[in-house]
Design a protein around this ligand. Structure first.
Ligand code: 8DG
Length: 139
């Protein structure tokens, strides 16, 4: 039966960038589906919450970081065995604080991302992100 997967769950995901272009990834803690997989920080949008507010809340809860502003980048849907998710990716260069591991998760700033394994729905995003970050003209 596909019924449980029919209605997508909205998820707010943030790509926090530093001035040198590095982006922040986190590792999913034990007890969650795909524990140990790397992802961009974020989480499910709660009922009555808008996506950007969910993004701000998740970053405070998980990392103690305040997102001042972020631009919506892209939206990707993926059907896992545990859920059908609709991921809203934001890019933020304007944030405050120093990331802390408030849920016991590992995190890492990455240039060219080389942490594995990555959540399946996030893998294609990295290629697009590298095009954005490291696009070269000419040559
Ligand atoms: N944060 C995040 N989630 C992702 C990414 N890629 C991807 O497929 N997902 C999926 C995995 C999960 O099914 C879903 C996020 O839900 P979650 O369980 O981590 O959310 P949450 O922190 O609100 O968790 P909880 O309250 O239910 O414990 O989105 C990504 O890059 N970042």
């Amino acid at each position: 039966m596909l019924e449980a997967k029919a209605k997508p769950v909205d998820v707010a995901v943030g790509i926090l960038t530093r001035e040198n272009g590095d982006v922040l990834l986190g590792q999913r803690p034990a007890g969650k589906p795909y524990a140990g997989y790397w992802e961009f920080p974020g989480g499910k949008v709660e009922p009555g919450e808008d996506v950007f507010s969910a993004l701000q809340r998740e970053f405070v809860e998980e990392l103690g970081v305040t997102i001042v502003s972020a631009e919506p980048w892209c939206c990707v849907e993926h059907v896992y065995e545990h859920a059908h998710v609709r991921l809203y990716f934001y890019i933020s260069r304007d944030w405050r604080g120093e990331p802390q591991s408030l849920e016991g998760q590992a995190f890492a700033w990455q240039g060219l991302v080389d942490v594995t394994p990555l959540l399946p729905a996030t893998i294609p995003l990295l290629e697009w992100l590298d095009q954005l970050r490291y696009a070269r003209t000419g040559s």
